[in-house]
Design a protein around this ligand. Structure first.
Ligand SMILES: NC(=O)c1ccc[n+]([C@@H]2O[C@H](COP(=O)([O-])OP(=O)(O)OC[C@H]3O[C@@H](n4cnc5c(N)ncnc54)[C@H](O)[C@@H]3O)[C@@H](O)[C@H]2O)c1
Length: 437
């Protein structure tokens, strides 16, 4: 791929559209509104807080990422979205019980002004929810048509110049790509026939790609990760990314596992369990939806530790992941990891991690960064799968047949080098031989 000759400036307003206005979406929106007023800091967001080193270590320049690349400003974001429940973002945020009342009340008017558009929803893919605020259409093609109309209307009525879309909807039941997912033509046919292999989230992704709106998927369901969508994204020149926000336990796994492997320490067992009590936890209590999440969480260790390349260290690894729905905890999840590892001469050791995290507090900066980076990618004329955004995902999308990179620090290097490359700066390889010449 060639470096773009020019990157369009971030002028005007950017619509940030979130299908699924639950805990993650409302925490993101409220956080951005609070940050705009100087009432909160966007902690966890690279686009808002991180610097990027440019040039040599002897005379480094280190601008903020937001000063180095042309990103949309928080003041220029206009939030909207869809849900299968009609309540506005304020009342959904109160229900989600993530942010304190005093925080929400400081931006109450703006949150109340954000009302979800009716969702495109087929309950067979999320069995635990029964929504009332839904579209009806004769076929799935009809649903895509209605979503496209929503997109155009939102952009027009809010005087936006551009839009991006991040799936913050529930995790759908486990499905694999089938016949309709093979090509653009077969998917269009599947839409007309309302093929059961096409899930609700895929309708949003398809509508966005048709409208040339970048799409990222925060859940582990397919949404935009199948051959027909890759093809459409390339044809329409739209950037896409996914899947499944990397936030709590998996974030820690992709920090600790590369560390153990870097030192050639063996791992015999890794048992991960979680308790959480938000609506996401309730949805994941359904075995079909849990399987989608489990697949996403399980893939990480194998790809980092490479048991086939290191059979003496990881050949017998037993990896188990559980999620238990436990309402008293709400969004304040607890994730335990027990790691059975071994060192010199095979002597056993154990490591315990108990991460008392907050799901949506960790996910909100990811949503914001993805919105800003995807919009930037679009203005830089990048298209198709954006692997440099793997940093944000548990199951990074890649080119077909390419092994995803899960190591958080390699992902970060890739992200920053992509920004350097796009802006015509020298890449940083960390070789450093020039300091000793
Ligand atoms: N919070 C995290 O740390 C984290 C990490 C990784 C992935 N995720 C994923 O992000 C998603 C959002 O998480 P959450 O905690 O906000 O969940 P949530 O249950 O609070 O919100 C999801 C919302 O999606 C809505 N919805 C479901 N199907 C829809 C459809 N077809 N159209 C429109 N709306 C629809 C639901 O009504 C609900 O309001 C989930 O899929 C979750 O698995 C979250």
């Amino acid at each position: 791929m060639n470096r773009p000759n020019s990157i369009q400036p971030a002028t005007g307003r950017l619509a940030v559209l979130l299908p699924g206005m639950g805990a993650v979406a409302t925490t993101t929106i409220a956080g951005v509104l609070l940050a705009r007023k100087g009432l909160g800091q966007p902690i966890g967001s690279l686009t808002q807080l991180s610097t990027i080193r440019l040039g040599r270590r002897t005379s480094p320049r280190a601008p903020k990422i937001a000063e180095f690349v042309p990103l949309a400003r928080l003041d220029d974001l206009v939030f909207g979205g869809w849900d299968i429940f009609p309540e506005d973002a304020y009342s959904r945020a109160i229900d989600a019980d993530v942010l304190r009342r005093e925080h929400l009340d400081s931006v109450r008017d703006e949150l109340e002004g954000i009302r979800p558009m009716a969702g495109a929803f087929y309950p067979e893919y999320v069995r635990r929810l029964m929504g009332s605020h839904t579209k009806s259409g004769r076929t799935k093609a009809d649903m895509v048509g209605q979503l496209r109309e929503d997109l155009r209307r939102f952009v027009r009525e809010n005087s936006c110049d551009r839009a991006v879309c991040i799936w913050c909807g529930s995790t759908e039941t486990f499905t694999s790509p089938g016949r309709p997912h093979e090509s653009i033509a077969s998917f269009e046919r599947g839409l007309l026939e309302s093929d059961p292999a096409i899930t609700s989230s895929q309708l949003y992704a398809w509508a966005c790609l048709k409208e040339r709106i970048p799409f990222a998927n925060g859940a582990p369901n397919l949404s935009v990760d199948f051959p027909a969508a890759w093809e459409l994204a390339r044809e329409r020149q739209v950037p896409i990314a996914g899947k499944d926000f990397k936030t709590g336990q998996t974030l820690m796994k992709t920090v600790v596992a590369p560390g153990l492997k870097a030192r050639m320490l063996g791992v015999r067992g890794w048992f991960s369990t979680n308790i959480l009590g938000n609506r996401d936890g309730e949805v994941l209590d359904d075995p079909g939806c849990f399987k989608t999440k489990e697949t996403s969480k399980l893939g990480v260790l194998d790809l980092i530790l490479q048991p086939r390349a290191y059979p003496e260290l990881y050949g017998d690894l037993f990896h188990k992941v559980r999620i238990e729905y436990y309402p008293p905890r709400g969004d304040a999840k607890e994730g335990w990891d027990n790691i059975d590892l071994f060192g010199w001469l095979g002597y056993p050791m154990q490591m315990k991690i108990d991460f008392l995290c907050r799901d949506s507090i960790l996910a909100a900066p990811v949503v914001l960064d993805l919105a800003l980076f995807l919009d930037f990618a679009n203005r830089a004329a990048l298209r198709g799968t954006q692997e440099w955004l793997s940093f944000y995902f548990k199951s990074p999308m890649t080119a077909p047949g390419l092994r995803p990179e899960h190591d958080l620090f390699i992902q970060l290097m890739k992200l920053k080098n992509t920004l350097r490359w796009l802006m015509g700066e020298e890449l940083i390889t960390h070789l450093g031989h020039e300091y000793y010449d």
